[in-house]
Design a protein around this ligand. Structure first.
Ligand code: GLU
Ligand code: MG
Length: 437
């Protein structure tokens, strides 16, 4: 068959989807300089392909400007076309960053952190996904049999990551039915979110080639396990030395880490609409499923919104390099760029407010009354997307972190998603999200 290769210029949008346009690979040089046309209302395309009420209507023009550093080319060598795509920034035709560009928003959040601390954020994304239900078998949780049955898939994913230049960390048969976890090693700044966005696509491409289908949906069935996205974070100074750990501080958290984490936990109710942004995300953010249901810090505890992760060995220099904390109240309905931007801004706010370090919780918080939680500075996370959007809409501090009008635009998008989601009941709603993600 005749063929002329295409490159897809992609933006990770408000729905956490990679959307964009393709152009002939022969024009890559030209497109890197001039971009490809885009429109403001694209930001209002919901995960269900409906268009939320748009303040722009049919008006306006934008440009997707591909970033050559993110060019991804994967040849699966199965006779199918080579996959080629490149992440892009959204600019105005005059060349300024557009206020609704998720990648641009992350860059500004990272700049704020750099101005405040002189440090960079080193982040690793851990993703869980599931294969279609009919391929599930009992007894495969964490098992060699489970891995072996899907070894071919795991090794295709690893090879695709290698070709794409992603740093492979691990692949495991997770606890849930047909559930897997794939983790990339940490990357600095925007590259970490770029890698997460690329990884999700590589998994879909790989699974499809194994005659199956994957979903990163936050949860397939409210009675089962969820698919989380856990973001491991640490900080590096300009010499690349770790600054997250302080041996003498409680739980090893350096001052900058403790304040950053306190900021995330203080503002979590107002930013969870960015990190767990689908209607069904809130079925996952409930107690006793190793996700997160309160704005608590955990010390090596997997039921916490932020967990201080374990380190191996006794050597202080090695501990400092390994030391990191993990944000767990996130899922793959979120754009990795937007979710990381929200976390970094909340962390910066914690640093600016000089918040006190949080004390890790050790008990089952679902057993405490509202007053008991209150007395300890804790709260239950919003129980629905509607509630999370209300908190976001009402928090003027959070609005101020983003370009003018951005939060309202995001809320308009999410209201469009809810309008469609509200027409679906029970299993149909979960099935629709499984298909989308
Ligand atoms: N599946 C859990 C979640 O929804 C996480 C399990 C784990 O700790 O890896 O986040
Ligand atoms: Mg896991």
């Amino acid at each position: 068959m005749i063929s002329d290769p295409l490159v897809f210029a992609a933006t990770s949008d408000f729905a956490g989807k990679m959307r964009g346009k393709a152009f002939p690979a022969s024009e890559l040089e030209k497109r890197l300089a001039r971009g490809i046309g885009w429109v403001p209302t694209n930001a209002l395309i919901t995960c269900f392909d409906t268009i939320a009420e748009s303040p722009f209507g049919s008006l306006g023009d934008l440009v997707l400007i591909p970033d050559a550093d993110t060019f991804t080319e994967v040849d699966f060598k199965d006779g199918s076309p080579v996959e080629r795509f490149v992440l892009s920034d959204i600019h105005t035709p005059e060349g300024a960053p557009w206020f609704g560009c998720t990648r641009g928003i992350l860059k500004s959040a990272l700049d704020r952190f750099d101005r405040l601390t002189g440090l960079s954020v080193n982040a690793a994304f851990e993703h869980e996904f599931q294969l279609k239900a009919e391929e599930a078998r009992l007894g495969e949780a964490f098992s060699l049999q489970g891995l072996s049955r899907w070894r071919g898939l795991g090794e295709t994913v690893m090879a695709a990551m290698e070709q794409a230049g992603l740093k492979k960390d691990s692949f495991l048969k997770e606890y849930g039915r047909s559930q897997f976890e794939v983790t990339v090693k940490p990357e600095i700044g925007v590259k970490s979110a770029d890698s997460a966005a690329i990884l999700r696509e590589l998994v879909h491409m790989s699974v499809r080639r194994h005659a199956s289908a994957a979903t990163f949906t936050p949860i397939i069935d409210p009675a089962g396990v969820g698919n989380g996205v856990h973001i491991h974070m640490s900080f590096l100074n300009s010499e690349g030395e770790p600054c997250t750990y302080a041996a003498d501080e409680p739980y090893g958290m350096s001052q900058v880490s403790a304040r950053f984490v306190a900021g995330i936990l203080k503002y979590l109710d107002s930013i969870v609409a960015f990190t767990a942004p689908s209607k069904i995300s809130y079925a996952r953010l409930t107690p006793h499923r190793w996700s997160a249901a309160f704005n608590n810090l955990g010390y090596r505890d997997r039921e916490a919104s932020v967990r201080i992760c374990p380190v191996v060995g006794q050597d202080p220099a090695s501990i400092a390099r390994q030391f990191n904390f993990e944000f767990r109240a996130a899922d793959a309905a979120a754009s990795p760029h937007l979710l990381l931007a929200a976390l970094v801004h909340a962390g910066c706010q914690g640093i600016e407010e000089e918040l006190s370090p949080r004390t890790p919780t050790e008990e089952d918080l679902s057993q405490l009354s509202g007053e008991e939680l209150d007395a300890r500075g804790l709260y239950a996370l919003p129980r629905s997307l509607e509630e999370a959007l209300e908190k976001l809409g009402a928090n003027k501090i959070v609005h101020g972190w983003f370009p003018e009008g951005f939060v309202d635009l995001y809320i308009a998008h999410k209201n469009g998603e809810l309008a469609k989601a509200d027409t679906l009941q029970g299993p149909d709603l979960y099935a629709a999200y499984s298909e989308v993600y």
